[in-house]
Design a protein around this ligand. Structure first.
Ligand code: ATP
Ligand code: MG
Length: 593
């Protein structure tokens, strides 16, 4: 973790560090970070990252009165967690410095781009909590870019090249060896202009020729060795239809698009650093608004893939149900899984910004969502794998109206009713016929407290012919009612439960990591590392009646089971819930075994 991260909330971290026994343990990576900082009492509450330093200097010197950033996705897939970091960075800077941010679709490749992806990207950016000053498209500038290409040609700075890609590669040279001129490099500007117009009017087939900038075949920066500016592609574009059959390359479209919009700080990932020289060259040749490019390191996340192309394979080859499958590291997957926009923004903020590639720990994201939901979500009871309990000393047909807290972290949310009767449901996991040492839940002859109700004693285990437990018979202690307990008994375990009189059925989907290895992208076949048990569907779980009718977007803590949200597959007859995250980091425990 780089310590250039911004606005770290030290109080929250320290609070949790002192309370490691609380449900949400601080991920190990963050603990190390915190130890370093607590030794240094002078640790600032907020240090600027390198981009903030640049922006503050630019504003202080009067270079810019206000800043304008942009987020420029290619609409060839759904956005993933890597994009979320870039969105939070670009829009976050706009907000922080009172500037603005454009959402620009970098739609220069007609064969991979689709309106479905455009729509999903607009939705995802909004859902994360950001409003674009303008939604724009590189394709809006095709006409302008074409005119500027002609300017370059007439200046003798671009030429039409009929070499094949193999021939071009052969002349390109190596980083230590200069390239050689193309045989088409010295065609006259007038002739190039005529050829370029023919390219545009569709007289040549795909790949027949290209437009190249005429820069320097011996530049130490290979990108400056006469880069391609335009290629021919007779393909239908999602916005411009069949109006064009030549399409600008990234390097010809990006900087000029920034310039057209007066972008002050054009922030991209490090792999574009060698392109900066060309970015500046194009802008200088045209004498247009001098946007500047700054690079930061990609942020990847452990146990996830951050490549639209690879994520697309998972969808198309049915490894997952859809782009918004709750196991996908896409923004739409996170949304369906129940993550809140605030938790994702917090995660991006905490991993910070650096110049070195880094892999953020998925458990940090889980930490952020637990923090958020612990404060905000209502508590409810659900029993995933029910075991029937008959309370033999409780009157048949009697129903007692008890109540329990909606959220102890937010007392103003009050209480909800909870009915108690003779037949109840508990989790199979909360009963062990032959208990292991330190098993504090129910076992024959033992006792346990039913949360917000009574203490029960296990008297008898009932089995079927095959020896499978079908129900257990218990007695309750009438004077042990929660809040009015005079029994003097102190059971060590407290469990959740539901009364058979009003429990309803629901489908519950439990998710685990989609990949079994920390860095699936580095594997030869990333799909071979998919976790075969990443989804467990419980078709007939039981839920309390207060959960029926919950709407999409509602989130709950199912007591002792984790945080859950309503899935869009829910119908009037059957609710479907997704587990967002468990209460504790199950993987951390695994690692400590
Ligand atoms: P992909 O390979 O998934 O398509 P990309 O970088 O090609 O990723 P774009 O749609 O071109 O995707 O990206 C839009 C913006 O998001 C770019 O500025 C890009 O640098 C940024 N971005 C993409 N992935 C990451 C990442 N892992 N970390 C930080 N920024 C990212
Ligand atoms: Mg891309």
């Amino acid at each position: 973790m780089e310590t250039t991260g911004k606005s770290v909330d030290w109080t929250t971290i320290c609070y949790h560090f002192d309370n490691l026994s609380t449900q949400n343990e601080v991920p190990k990576s963050l603990r190390k970070f915190d130890l370093m900082s607590t030794n240094d009492k002078s640790a600032p509450h907020e240090s600027l990252n390198f981009l903030e330093e640049i922006i503050e200097a630019d504003l202080a010197s009067g270079k810019y009165k206000t800043i304008l950033t942009r987020f420029p996705p290619e609409p060839n897939g759904y956005l993933h967690v890597g994009h979320a970091t870039s969105i939070c960075l670009n829009f976050g800077l706009g907000v922080k410095y009172g500037g603005a941010t454009n959402l620009r679709f970098d739609d220069t490749n007609p064969t991979t781009e689709e309106t479905e992806f455009v729509d999903s990207i607009i939705e995802d950016v909004r859902w994360l909590g950001f409003e674009a000053a303008k939604i724009v498209y590189a394709s809006d500038y095709f006409g302008q870019l074409y005119e500027w290409a002609k300017v370059l040609i007439l200046k003798g700075k671009a030429y039409v090249d009929f070499s094949t890609s193999v021939e071009m590669a052969a002349l390109k040279g190596t980083p230590t060896e200069a390239g050689k001129d193309s045989p088409y490099r010295n065609t006259s500007p007038e002739e190039n202009l005529a050829l370029f117009e023919k390219m545009k009017s569709g007289e040549f087939p795909d790949g027949h020729c290209t437009l190249r900038a005429k820069i320097d075949m011996s530049s130490p920066n290979m990108i400056m060795r006469d880069p391609l500016l335009y290629r021919i592609k007779h393909a239908h574009h999602h916005r411009t239809g069949d109006a064009w059959c030549i399409y600008p390359m990234y390097d010809w479209a990006h900087g000029q698009s920034d310039s057209i919009e007066n972008i002050t700080h054009s922030i991209c990932t490090l792999e574009f650093a060698p392109h900066r020289e060309l970015y500046d060259w194009c802008i200088a040749q045209l004498g247009i608004f001098p946007s500047h490019q700054y690079e930061f390191a990609r942020r990847n996340v452990s146990y996830a893939i951050t490549s639209k192309r690879k994520l697309k394979q998972l969808v198309e080859e049915n490894f997952v149900r859809s782009w918004d499958d709750p196991r996908m590291p896409t923004i739409s997957g996170f949304r369906r899984r129940g993550y809140t926009p605030a938790s994702i923004r917090e995660f991006c903020d905490r991993i910070g910004l650096g110049k070195r590639e880094m892999v953020a720990d998925m458990s940090l994201l889980e930490f952020c969502i637990r923090e958020d939901l612990n404060k905000s979500s209502l508590r409810r009871f659900a029993v995933l794998n029910p075991l029937k309990v008959v309370i033999t000393n409780y009157l048949e047909g009697k129903i007692e109206h008890l109540e329990t807290e909606n959220n102890p972290e937010a007392p103003e949310t009050g209480h909800r009713p909870l009915d108690f009767c003779r037949d109840i449901w508990m989790e199979q996991d909360d009963f062990m016929e032959t208990p292991l040492p330190k098993y504090f839940r129910l076992s024959p002859g033992g006792m346990v407290r039913l949360k917000s109700a009574y203490i029960i004693h296990c008297e008898e285990v009932v089995k079927d012919a095959a020896g499978k437990i079908t129900e257990i018979h218990c007695t309750y202690v009438p004077e042990s009612r929660s809040g009015q307990d005079t029994s003097g008994l102190k059971p060590k375990g407290v469990i959740h439960w539901l009364s058979a009189s009003d429990a309803k059925t629901a489908e519950v989907r439990l998710y685990d990591r989609l990949f079994q290895v920390e860095d699936p992208a580095s594997e030869e076949d990333f799909k071979s590392t998919i976790n075969p048990n990443s989804l467990q569907v419980i078709e007939n779980a039981l839920i309390e009646p207060a959960l029926v009718g919950a709407s999409l977007g509602d989130r709950f803590q199912f007591t002792r089971l984790g945080y859950f949200c309503v899935d869009p597959d829910s119908t009037a007859d059957k609710m479907v819930f997704n587990r967002t995250v468990t209460l504790k980091d199950a993987w951390a425990k695994e690692a400590n075994k």
